[in-house]
Design a protein around this ligand. Structure first.
Ligand code: HEC
Ligand SMILES: [Cu+2]
Length: 346
């Protein structure tokens, strides 16, 4: 079989998946192989050192095994003869050197190396001021920027950070254990009921980095993603300023109707829209600036009018079991009006 055909066959069977990671194809938005911050870089480096070290040892063992199998049969017979003592001494030596000394030395070296590198990954000093609080919910991320009244910001499923500086994040959960993981920026940190954990994110370059809940937390665990958007400080400040403003006023009659429906249909029972004057009873994402976000439903859909309608009417089909009831019974023009209103909340 010609080589390209073998390649294609392997590819069809998905057998090349491990190889793909060695190729530039793995430079995705959520790849540990393309770190964009110091903590993720340390993790990638440790992984490579361990991988290369393990490969070298594997090759050594394979070479020794081949040598044992392939060397002249006469020599082999002599080694296993109980009458001949000298090869036994050398096999003892091999066991002590290769079976005890070598593993102890290499594993100790790798362990010490791992500890040294991992100093990069230490969480934030719990006493240092916190820049962002992330609260896990089944199955979305509540994101708070603490501050005095008027300066605090709440958003969801999207974290904006300035580039080039460490950003301290405190993580908590409202229900079960989740795990906050943005592979290109840092390691994982668990969100544990009754506890506050800390992690530092630092992005050395501007960009959009995808994150994902990394601890199985129920049916929609896979649809519990988030985006970290790293921007130069000036743009980040501008974003913060825009998020501090209360919700925009509806721009036209349709958006105005949307706002009426939004309150009348009980959306405000779960969703805060600052400036609307209602205090939600249950917990849902803050929608004050929903129009400015890139995605809906924690990474389930891109944010646009059609998807807003789909998510409101058929959320249970798109993300079965999520904590928002489906509103398939709403009249199409009411749905559309709500979507227009939410889209305008930039
Ligand atoms: C019982 C509480 C509840 C009610 C009532 C409710 N929602 Fe939700 N909503 C949620 C929860 C919880 C989520 C997050 C679901 C998820 O992603 O897992 C959500 C998500 C959303 C989102 C996506 C937000 C984001 O950041 O991705 C939109 C938009 C939305 N709801 C609009 C509405 C509208 C419009 C209504 C009224 C017609 C409504 N919701 C009524 C609880 C509620
Ligand atoms: Cu989760």
């Amino acid at each position: 079989m010609p080589v390209p055909m073998i390649f294609c066959k392997l590819r069809r069977q998905g057998l090349l998946a491990p190889l793909v990671c060695v190729l530039p194809g793995c430079a995705g938005v959520q790849s540990v192989m393309s770190p964009a911050g110091p903590a993720a870089a340390a993790i990638a480096k440790i992984s490579w050192v361990m991988f290369i070290g393990g490969t070298l040892i594997l090759l050594l063992v394979m070479a020794l095994a081949l040598y044992a199998v392939l060397r002249a049969p006469r020599q082999r017979a002599r080694t296993s003869s109980p009458l001949n003592s000298s090869p036994r001494t050398s096999s003892h030596l091999l066991i002590v050197a290769g079976g005890v000394a070598l593993p102890v030395l290499t594993l100790t070296a790798l362990l010490v190396y791992g500890f040294v590198e991992m100093r990069q990954l230490r969480g934030a000093d719990p006493n240092a001021p916190i820049d962002i609080v992330v609260v896990g919910n089944q199955w979305w991320w509540d994101v708070h920027y603490p501050g005095a009244p008027g300066l605090a910001v709440t958003t969801a499923n999207e974290i904006h950070i300035p580039t080039g500086v460490p950003v301290r994040i405190a993580v908590r959960t409202n229900d079960v254990i989740h795990s906050f993981w943005v592979p290109r920026l840092a390691g994982k940190i668990d969100l544990i009921p009754g506890r506050t954990n800390h992690i530092v994110l630092r992005a050395d370059e501007a960009g959009i980095f995808r994150g994902q809940c990394a601890e199985f937390c129920g049916a929609q665990h896979a649809r519990m993603a988030l985006l970290v958007i790293a921007e130069p400080a000036v743009r980040h400040q501008a974003w913060l300023a825009s998020q501090r403003r209360p919700a925009a006023h509806p721009a036209d009659a349709r958006a105005l109707r949307g706002r009426r429906e939004f309150t009348a249909r009980g959306c405000v029972d779960c969703h805060a829209v600052r400036g609307l004057g209602a205090a939600p009873l249950a917990r849902g994402p803050d929608l004050t600036h929903i129009g400015s976000r890139l995605q809906l439903g924690a990474g389930t859909l891109a944010n646009n009018r059609a998807n807003l309608v789909a998510l409101i009417a058929h959320g249970q089909r798109l993300k079965p079991g999520n904590r928002m009831p489906a509103y398939a019974h709403l009249e199409p023009d009411a749905l559309e009006a709500i979507a227009v209103y939410l889209e305008g909340l930039k």
